[in-house]
Write a protein that binds this ligand. Structure first.
Ligand SMILES: [Zn+2]
Length: 122
């Protein structure tokens, strides 16, 4: 497995997986690649794979039907960490705080991969 954290993360996306780091000292989980734990300052992380299931934790603003193309939300994964990510095109009535979402991997215009969350029926 690759050792460069950014590469491990990208490699996960290439496999349809969201990988995250867990601090071995305090078990805080991070979606972003960290060198030091923001909670305890520890430097030992292990990689884990998210189930890809989570819920919308916060929305930047009320979502109008015409807005979903640009909709970004803070998603809380079942593992207990949060990340900011775009939502897949979805009917507006499916987007609310607490709505269940499922990870998908999307390709951006420049060919890189990014996590995307699709609201699923509750
Ligand atoms: Zn820690």
């Amino acid at each position: 497995m690759a050792t460069d954290p950014a590469e491990v993360y990208r490699d996960g996306l290439a496999h349809g997986e969201l990988r995250y780091q867990r601090c071995q000292w305090c078990s805080t989980r991070f979606c972003s690649v960290s060198l030091l734990c923001a909670t305890c300052g520890g430097a030992d992380f292990v990689w884990e794979r998210s189930s890809g299931h989570g819920r919308i934790h916060a929305l930047p603003r009320a979502v109008a039907p015409a807005d979903w193309q640009e909709c970004t939300a803070v998603v809380e994964l079942d593992e207990g960490f949060r990340m900011q990510a775009r939502l897949a095109p979805t009917a507006a009535h499916r987007i609310w705080r607490g709505a269940p979402v499922q990870l998908e991997v999307a390709e951006t215009d420049d060919g890189s991969l990014r996590p995307l969350f699709r609201p699923v029926a509750a």
